[in-house]
Design a protein around this ligand. Structure first.
Ligand code: BGC
Length: 751
């Protein structure tokens, strides 16, 4: 092992010497644009096509074929290639053996950690803590770059209103403001303080755009998004990512109002390039260029390539329509040399900015950063902050460490791979610390009676139930770890019903019958419809798929080492039939009310039609969701008071300071996420009933209080009305609150 290490360190030293001679051939170091132009002028058309083509390493067969492709300038970037020696060797071929010595950029999906796995992004969003998320992405970048990865296909910042969609797990939830704050943090974490730092990796904002709005929640499906929703909701986090300096964007699979996102001149050229002045690169999603033929938007692969290039997709991922067709498309004047040159400029610019020309190789020493104790400790902290307490009657939680025994039941109590969640190619299940292991560490083996009860989340077999019930009867408390296996979420993994799968609900009901306090810990990749299970049990912690350190993080909260502090980043619905249900919906002309709602079972048989309320509700579900956006309890209690506004009116370019006092009135220190919402009462188009415009996570000691202050600017209230983006004069409501459904209320006017 040591001799291999010594060899790769020696190889690295040699490579650094080669890199030095290669960089001396380049133009002035800080003049990125000058270097781009100088290099572009030397490139042949074949070399330009190579830069625009990304190879997935599996596509080429042998390593020799791969090296030949790199040597021939056939590809400018690689997908799914990692490891110090392999990357350094391929990079050596690129910089020493290809004609112009252009370094490769190696890309990989690093979605919520590389080897140290953090909670799924939806879980991280529940922390409402951009600082810890930024640090998580910094750790991910440090680990990934140590393996030669310089480009992450993340952050995934698709807003969605549909928890059936499997990729809900991968995004930041439903809200554009929260998702924008997190998108910024994620990009900054990946790209670090200096792009040329060896631990910095290029971020890729994806999937641009509208991918989170598939009809029926079925992945890849058609989207219809009005331009106000596109600009006021969907694009917000992408703009935040661009403003944070994201070096790349990925064009999505879906069609948007009839035009596939990977051939969409409006979103890619008009908005991204012209309006936002993005000068990084755009990569297609895997196969999204030729899929335009299947969409029925391009006649064949060649036509698809022409449409993608003309729309401004610089690199084609994994497929070869660019490689096969660019030459003939140029000859036929279907695309221009200028389009090609601009794409190559965008690609080279990213490579120069990342310092790849000057420092293309990976230092083997960097691998020490993998799974460092401090990184694992951070993963535990992020997991802890992401857990949301949904219910806690009669102080069921926290448990005392002096408890004489607990029954640990459920398919996710000891399922190391499941807790890592979807989209983590490089996380290892053997590094996971499961809840069972963590509980045994806290209480000792003897006090923990473990019976899975169900082998996996979809298991319908009830033969272990009696054993589980017997364990419950013998214990002082029951902790049921349920939810979803990781494979039920993620790309292509959509569900029609978002209930607890398998026989979990039946098992929970059996455990409740024992009369013992039952605590539910849900580990899932989406907000599940668990109204009945919440009603039946004493306490519920929603822990998402919490990553490598999920177990210790859950144990920290079960035993009150800290108080839970996460808040929901997405509305929880009562059942799939309520989807979509998001908190910033418009009011309708007939909003549902308690008085108007006629529950389905209360309607007399053969009732006349006119008595059924005629308001916006469902007979079975009513007009409210299961749990609102922003919701989350604590072991302590917080009281809000003293709302004040620095002025009752402002100009469109002015600002108002909104203040409130938050007191910790309970028995434990804790964090509270204080939220600021507004409502624009009347607009040139109808406006949402609430919009998040600020939040702060604050730590308040028991018995103490904190003054919280938000500055609300007129420009924060601007919206796109179908024609222009502007702040409109009129009356506004403002709330400072603990979730999107309540709060201290004030009013102001924009003149
Ligand atoms: C996904 C992308 C991912 C790409 C490369 C695609 O199937 O949609 O999110 O980055 O594969 O792995």
């Amino acid at each position: 092992m040591n001799s291999i290490k010594r060899l790769s360190t020696a190889l690295f030293a040699l490579l650094m010497i080669l890199a030095g001679s290669c960089s001396r051939n380049q133009a002035g170091k800080n003049d990125v644009e000058g270097r781009v132009e100088k290099l572009l002028a030397q490139m042949t058309l074949d070399e330009k096509i190579g830069q625009m083509s990304q190879l997935e390493v599996g596509m080429v067969g042998t390593e020799e074929n791969l090296k030949k492709a790199v040597r021939d300038g056939r590809c400018g970037s690689l997908l799914n290639c990692w490891g110090v020696e392999r990357v350094n060797e391929l990079q050596r071929v690129a910089v020493k053996e290809s004609r112009l010595g252009i370094p490769l950029i190696i890309g990989r999906d690093v979605i919520h950690g590389y080897r140290t796995i953090f909670p799924i992004p939806l879980g991280m969003a529940a922390s409402w803590d951009p600082e810890i998320v930024k640090k998580a992405f910094r750790i991910a970048a440090t680990e990934a770059s140590s393996q030669g990865i310089k480009w992450a296909f993340a952050p995934m910042i698709d807003i969605t209103w549909d928890p059936r969609w499997g990729r809900v797990a991968e995004g930041c939830g439903e809200d554009p403001y929260l998702a924008s704050a997190l998108a910024k943090a994620m990009v900054e974490g990946f790209q670090g303080d200096s792009l040329t730092d060896p631990t910095s990796i290029a971020a890729c904002a994806k999937h641009y755009c509208g991918y989170g709005f598939p009809e029926g929640g079925r992945d890849y499906n058609t989207t219809y998004i009005t331009e106000p929703v596109l600009r006021n909701v969907v694009l917000k986090p992408f703009k935040a990512a661009k403003d944070a300096g994201a070096l790349s964007f990925m064009s999505a699979f879906n069609d948007l109002d009839g035009v596939p996102a990977s051939g969409n001149e409006f979103t890619l050229k008009q908005i991204l390039r012209k309006e936002w002045k993005f000068d990084g690169l755009v990569v297609s999603d895997w196969g999204s260029v030729p899929e335009m033929v299947v969409h029925g938007y391009a006649t064949d692969a060649k036509d698809a390539a022409s449409k993608a290039i003309n729309a401004g997709v610089d690199i084609e991922m994994a497929t070869t329509t660019y490689f096969d067709n660019i030459k003939s498309l140029l000859e036929e004047k279907k695309i221009t040399q200028e389009e090609i040159d601009n794409s190559v400029r965008n690609i080279l610019r990213v490579k120069f900015k990342l310092g790849l020309f000057d420092n293309p190789f990976v230092n083997p020493e960097a691998q020490k950063s993998i799974l460092e104790p401090a990184s694992l400790e951070h993963a535990r902290k992020v997991a802890r902050e992401s857990i949301v307490l949904l219910k806690n009657v009669k102080n069921t939680l926290p448990l005392s460490t002096g408890i004489s025994s607990v029954a640990v039941i459920g398919p996710l109590a000891d399922s190391p791979r499941d807790q890592l969640g979807t989209w983590c190619f490089d996380g290892n299940a053997e590094n996971s610390v499961t809840p069972l292991k963590a509980l045994r560490e806290v209480l000792g083996d003897k006090k923990v009676i473990f019976v899975a009860g169900l082998t996996y989340s979809r298991d319908k077999k009830t033969d272990q139930f009696s054993k589980a019930v017997a364990a419950a009867k013998k214990s002082d408390a029951v902790i049921f770890f349920g939810g979803e296996e990781w494979i039920l979420t993620g790309e292509g993994q959509c569900r029609g019903e978002i209930n607890l799968p398998g026989a979990q609900s039946e098992l929970i009901a059996e455990l409740v019958k024992t009369g013992k306090p039952v605590i539910l810990v849900i580990m899932a990749g989406r907000p599940l419809a668990i109204g009945n299970e919440i009603d039946e049990t004493g306490a519920v912690l929603y822990a998402w798929h919490g990553g490598t350190m999920a177990g210790p993080a859950i144990a920290d909260l079960l035993f009150g080492k800290e108080s839970p502090s996460g808040k929901l980043p997405i509305t929880f619905v009562k059942g799939s039939g309520q989807i979509p249900f998001y908190y910033y919906r418009n009011n309708t002309g007939r909003p549902g009310t308690q008085q108007s709602w006629t529950p389905i079972d209360s309607i007399p048989v053969e009732n006349p039609q006119t008595s059924l309320g005629y308001k916006s509700f469902q007979l079975d579900y009513g007009f409210t969701p299961l749990l609102p956006f922003g919701y989350g309890l604590s072991y302590t209690t917080f009281a809000y008071s003293d709302l004040s506004l620095s002025a009752l009116s402002m100009k469109t370019d002015g600002s108002i300071v909104v203040k409130a006092k938050v007191a910790n009135t309970g028995n434990m220190d804790g964090d509270e996420i204080v939220q600021l919402y507004i409502r624009d009462r009347v607009g040139s188009i109808t406006r949402p009933i609430k919009e998040l415009k600020g939040f702060k996570r604050i730590h308040i000691k028991k018995g103490e209080s904190a003054d919280v202050e938000f500055t609300l600017k007129g420009e924060d209230l601007a919206f796109f009305n179908g024609k222009i983006t502007a702040t409109e004069p009129g009356k506004f409501d403002v709330w400072v609150s603990t979730n999107s459904d309540e709060g201290l209320h004030g009013e102001f006017v924009i003149e």
